[in-house]
Design a protein. Structure first.
Length: 382
């Protein structure tokens, strides 16, 4: 059986949910763990709590993959009398790693926003707030065939040739290069003053624009020619596949009341349930969703012209003012407020399936411990 290291699992997770795409205030990535340790079992959770840590120990997990970072706000000690300190110590004691994917997982294809939209039955999805893809260059150079591997290896090490979950990607096509070394040149092939015709490969590799200087330096260092020929073309931006939230269409129109019930049936039960804002009998077809706290995107939802906006942690004044507009204009969106934890939990089965497919011999379990902070809801007796 192949032994998979913690470092290998982390590398795969971070190819799906790159830490560089997280918000600047976020704290994502490996929190606890030795990258050389083997991993045979993973526990997926939204929150890291004392109960979740004990569950990880009980099921024999080597790694906990969490959505919310345990150490989002800085700590200055690891004290067993403090909940966070106690969790770090228990994880370390049992050699259990902890990795967190938060805002980087929120925006990614196959991430939290897409998982919630899928759970609610939305199709033709796109991000609510698109995140433009980083700029890409296409490098073209010309290499003697016997030096291809060396040059491609150097360019790859400098950051070129990465496409999705693949690296060292390049295209090579044969052709004939021609040149004449002038006085003062020290040619690798040929003689000063003589026109040379040599068999070469046209080599193309893509690279992040941010790595342009490093890749060009690597090319000049690795290429056998004194003055290699090369050029760079800036590629057109790709359509944004990542971004906050998702907008999509229901397969059929539903009343707000029926849509609210569909949501309740699609996500884990919590004390707060599902709350709707707006006329229960209005029809819903086009929907925006944002897993997690979403009142900062209320105006984005309105501008998108959706029938309904589904999110969490809506505050009294922003939600109330938003719905007042719908009283004047029925085309304005309705609101659905759902549990923050339940919305983001929909990602865990998706994540577990991806990990299971990526790694033979690793068992993956989804925690069903409800980490929503509320345990009961009471209503006035009539």
């Amino acid at each position: 059986m192949t032994v998979t290291s913690l470092g290998a699992v982390v590398s795969t997770l971070e190819s799906w949910y790159p830490p560089a795409t997280a918000e600047s205030w976020d704290r994502v990535g490996l929190v606890v763990g030795d990258r050389s340790r083997p991993v045979t079992r993973i526990l997926c959770t939204v929150d890291v709590t004392l109960s979740v840590v004990e569950q990880a120990i009980a099921v024999g997990a080597d790694l906990v993959v969490a959505h919310h970072p345990l150490l989002l706000r800085g700590i200055h000690g690891v004290d067993a009398d403090d909940p966070k300190g106690a969790m770090v110590l228990r994880l370390a004691e049992h050699r259990i790693g902890l990795w967190a994917g938060h805002t980087n997982a929120d925006i990614a294809p196959g991430g939290v926003g897409e998982a919630l939209a899928d759970a609610l039955g939305l199709h033709d999805q796109r991000p609510m707030v698109p995140r433009p893809a980083p700029g890409l260059d296409n490098l073209v150079t010309f290499v003697p065939p016997e030096h291809l591997d060396r040059v491609v290896s150097a360019l790859s090490a400098a950051g070129a040739g990465r496409v999705g979950a693949y690296d060292s990607c390049h295209f090579a096509a044969p052709g004939t290069g021609s040149f004449r070394p002038l006085a003062g040149a020290t040619p690798f092939i040929g003689s000063v003053g003589q026109v040379e015709h040599v068999e070469e490969l046209r080599v193309e590799m893509v690279l992040p624009r941010s790595r342009r200087a490093a890749v060009v330096a690597a090319l000049l260092a690795a290429h056998p020619y004194e003055t290699p020929a090369w050029h760079i073309v800036e590629t057109a931006p790709a359509p944004a596949a990542s971004g906050l939230g998702r907008v999509g269409e229901l397969a059929e129109e539903l009343t707000l009341a029926r849509f609210g019930q569909r949501i309740a049936d699609a996500i884990p039960a919590t004390a707060g349930g599902v709350r709707i804002g707006g006329d229960p009998q209005r029809t819903i077809r086009r929907v925006a969703v944002l897993a997690g706290a979403g009142d900062s995107l209320l105006e984005d939802a309105r501008a998108l012209g959706v029938d309904c906006y589904v999110t969490s942690d809506l505050r009294h004044h922003p939600a109330g003012e938003f719905l007042e507009r719908a009283r004047l204009d029925p085309r304005q969106p309705a609101l659905v407020d759902i549990s923050h934890w339940a919305a983001e939990w929909t990602w865990l089965p998706v994540l577990a399936d991806r990990l299971t497919a990526a790694f033979d011999g690793i068992g993956v379990e989804v925690s069903t411990i409800v980490t929503d902070p509320w345990s009961a809801t009471y209503h006035r007796r009539s």
